[in-house]
Design a protein around this ligand. Structure first.
Ligand code: ZN
Length: 370
């Protein structure tokens, strides 16, 4: 739109001289808004005028409107396509989870999208949100990440293990093969209790809580944090360790801490996001490598039987009754480009059993397989 003076024109066809500019007659429809004329009629083609006027090139306006409409349509189609893709993905994950749950109906399974805060799939979500259980070795990568990030633990440090460990009456025998002293990566791969008990003995009072707090397992109050992913959630229990033995048992996820499967999923989502944000840090390098090895040939090896490379950790701990163990698997997949967090909790079983369930889920999951 411009404000110009129209003086004259050569005729009803051809180019017209309008002020000092020339417009092709056939392509231009003008609305003259002139104080002198007092009208705003659409005028097509040449008109002999001599006054200053607002000129609206309606062909241009129509073009803009057309572009806006196309943009709106494109956005709507794109949004609709994204919604459809998203729904398809959710259905595919739910299908994979339900298929695995047919084989192991007691499993509580959670699949979280890492990029968003969405829950992609679950079995018995109500129970997964209310069940509190000792997390076992699933805490090891979370604590190791925090300690190495803070420069409080050198991941090259080696600790010898004879596989026999007892703390305050708890037998915490390692199940890995006999091996030379482990560094942090190897200790994570083989879930070595002796190594992480040695780590725990270096912790200061309240340090474990400080390490776990940002994972979402604990809020700054020291009480529990709601994930917001389910109604009527239970919150994690954490008892501040007051002795060296209690510190070891808490870090090994045996005593003094209980979490829900949903909370553990949120904690591993935090870990996945941290590692993505700091890909070259020592903490990411050692935890990523340890979790990849664990789910490849280590304690969580069965998780990779589905054909998807995954980072994962198992956990086995006794219940309150101590009469039976429960099993955990917490994983991040695919290992190369993490998209989801999978948590499997078995009320009766071991970590390796839970890793096996995760492998079955990943076999049918909507993820690219090499
Ligand atoms: Zn060991």
């Amino acid at each position: 739109m411009k404000y110009i003076s129209i003086h004259d024109g050569p005729g009803a066809s051809g180019a017209q001289r309008i002020g000092c500019e020339t417009f092709p007659d056939a392509a231009t429809t003008m609305i003259l808004r002139a104080a002198g004329c007092g009208d705003a009629r659409p005028r097509t083609g040449f008109e002999n005028c001599s006054f200053r006027a607002w000129i609206v090139d309606t062909s241009g306006v129509r073009g803009i409107i057309r572009l806006i409409v196309l943009a709106v349509i494109f956005a709507a189609v794109r949004s609709g396509t994204q919604a459809a893709v998203c729904q398809t993905r959710v259905r595919a994950w739910q299908g994979a989870v339900e298929l695995a749950a047919r084989e192991t109906p007691q499993a509580r399974i959670i699949v979280l999208d890492i990029a968003s805060d969405r829950l992609l799939a679950a079995t018995d979500l109500k129970d997964a949100a209310r069940t509190l259980a000792a997390p076992g070795s699933t805490l090891k990568p979370l604590v190791l990440y925090g300690l190495v990030s803070a420069g409080r633990w050198n991941p090259a440090s080696r600790v010898a293990c004879n596989r026999q460990l007892a703390v305050a009456g708890h037998r915490l025998t390692c199940t890995h093969p006999l091996a030379p002293p482990f560094n942090a990566r190897e200790a994570l791969t083989w879930s070595c209790n002796s190594y992480f008990a040695a780590v725990a003995r270096t912790l200061r009072p309240e340090e474990l809580e400080q390490l776990l707090r940002p994972t979402g397992l604990l809020e700054s109050t020291g009480l529990v944090g709601l994930t917001g992913l389910a109604h009527d959630e239970a919150v994690a229990e954490f008892r501040e360790p007051e002795t060296v033995d209690a510190e070891q048992l808490a870090l090994l996820g045996v005593e003094g801490v209980r979490v829900t499967p949903l909370e553990l999923g949120v904690a591993y989502r935090w870990l996945a996001r941290e590692m993505a944000a700091h890909p070259d840090s020592d903490a990411t390098q050692v935890v990523r490598a340890g979790l990849e090895d664990s789910a490849s040939f280590g304690m969580a090896g069965q998780a990779s039987l589905g054909g998807v490379a995954v980072m994962g950790k198992t956990g086995t701990a006794a219940g309150i009754a101590l009469s039976q163990s429960h099993g955990w698997f917490a994983g991040i997949a695919p290992a190369e480009k993490p998209k989801v967090v999978i948590v499997v909790y078995l009320p009766a079983g071991r970590g390796a059993d839970a890793a096996h369930v995760a492998g079955e889920i990943l076999a049918d999951a909507p993820l690219e397989k090499p």
